[in-house]
Ligand binder design. Structure first.
Ligand SMILES: [Zn+2]
Length: 386
């Protein structure tokens, strides 16, 4: 699943509170607001994010880089303001999916992305029921289909646009302009032409563009910013039988007892994080897309045991092909990234691997690290594929 996050906001209404960073980077609970959005998307299965950036984009690029929580991060940059519609249209050039989620970078809304995917309309809007408000416009719905977007006015009860959409790419690709407002020219103007479905969610919603909401977020988002503990796992030879350069789902075979073992760490409240050297990518045996599909499949299979992996960190390099890197184990880069991105306390973490370099990488980060030995790897290595 791919998502575009609109992170080019100027932050005009917040200017007196936050002036030196783009609005999505405004601090909430001592971290950039955008992190809450990306953390939420990652936890819901988004694997690739295109950040549509503009104003002070270097602040965002420096912070997130090319990977975050195992998601690939791509930047779509606007040199002159393209407005929301133009920014989405341009960002779509960096997406491969037919339907892409679009998320406002200055609102947070906890919605069920899968429920949105189940709608077949070319444009799906996440909406939230609010009471006694005047600062949002409302959405008028009949039989699940959006009839109109109404302007801001005092309202006793109504549905508001939560700023999360699932968009069929052709809607924007075929639009004749490159600079336009998605809200004004698509949502508000085309309800008669384009079928727009609404998915209502009762999840937490906040718009930090509103100074009172921004102030409130410092309290209300605290519980979404905990210090975590994690159980790290190597992948090949630790979770699954090592067949060398595994990438085809049909070749996945769990080592006996591992799904149940992972489930225990899930149940104990640990994040379960995979850190895996994937030199097969550098060697051109498979791409990141195939690898992500395998990881998705792995989680589907683990679900049969009530287990899940929270994130997959991978090193796509090989020193002889791509030069030295800081992520290939025994280097600690992937674990360091996970510690920072998941706010982990290394003293409360543990790592399991089947190779000395797994243990070495973990210990470099101050994490208790253990070797797991298993017979299935020995059996598999006798018949390994080259
Ligand atoms: Zn690497």
């Amino acid at each position: 699943m791919e998502a575009i996050v609109l992170a080019g906001g100027f932050g005009t209404r917040l200017a007196h509170v936050v002036s030196d960073v783009p609005k999505p980077m405004a601090p909430v609970c001592n971290r950039p607001f955008l992190r809450f959005i990306l953390d939420d998307l990652q936890a819901k299965g988004i694997e690739r994010v295109v950040l549509a950036v503009g104003y002070k984009q270097e602040v965002i690029r420096d912070y997130f880089g090319a990977h975050y929580r195992g998601m690939q991060i791509v930047y779509s940059s606007e040199d002159t303001p393209l407005f929301t519609g133009g920014a989405i249209k341009k960002a779509l050039q960096s997406c491969s999916a037919e339907r892409v989620f679009v998320v406002n970078g200055d609102t947070f809304f906890d919605v069920d992305l899968h429920a949105m995917q189940r709608e077949s309309a070319p444009l799906v809007v996440a909406v939230k029921r609010m009471k006694k408000f005047s600062r949002y416009g409302t959405v008028q719905i009949e039989d699940g289909r959006i009839q109109a977007f109404r302007e801001k006015q005092p309202c006793d009860e109504g549905l508001i646009n939560g700023g999360i959409y699932l968009v069929n790419r052709t809607i924007l690709e075929d639009y004749p302009k490159d600079k336009f407002s998605f809200e004004n020219e698509i949502l508000e103007t085309k309800t008669a032409e384009i079928e727009m479905a609404a998915v209502e969610s009762e999840g937490y919603f906040i718009d930090i563009g509103i100074p009172e909401d921004y102030a409130a977020a410092q309290e209300t988002m605290k519980e979404r910013a905990p210090i975590n503990k994690a159980a790290f796992f190597d992948r090949d030879g630790t979770i699954n039988v090592d067949i060398h350069y595994l990438y085809r789902p049909e070749d996945l075979k769990f080592i006996a007892g591992m799904p149940e073992f992972i489930r225990k760490w899930n149940d104990w409240g640990y994040k379960v994080i995979v850190v895996t050297n994937q030199a097969g990518i550098a060697r051109g045996y498979y791409g990141e897309k195939e690898m992500r599909a395998l990881h998705r499949y792995m989680n589907e299979r683990l679900a049969e045991y009530g287990a899940h992996i929270d994130a997959f960190y991978y090193c796509p390099h090989h020193p002889e092909i791509t030069g030295p890197c800081h992520c290939r184990k025994p280097e600690p880069g992937m674990i360091e990234d996970a510690i920072r991105e998941f706010d982990l306390d290394p003293a409360q973490c543990i790592l399991f691997g089947d190779k000395p370099w797994d243990v070495e990488a973990g210990e470099k980060c101050g994490i208790k690290s253990e070797m797991i030995e298993n017979k299935e790897n020995e059996d598999a290595s006798k018949t390994k594929r080259e």
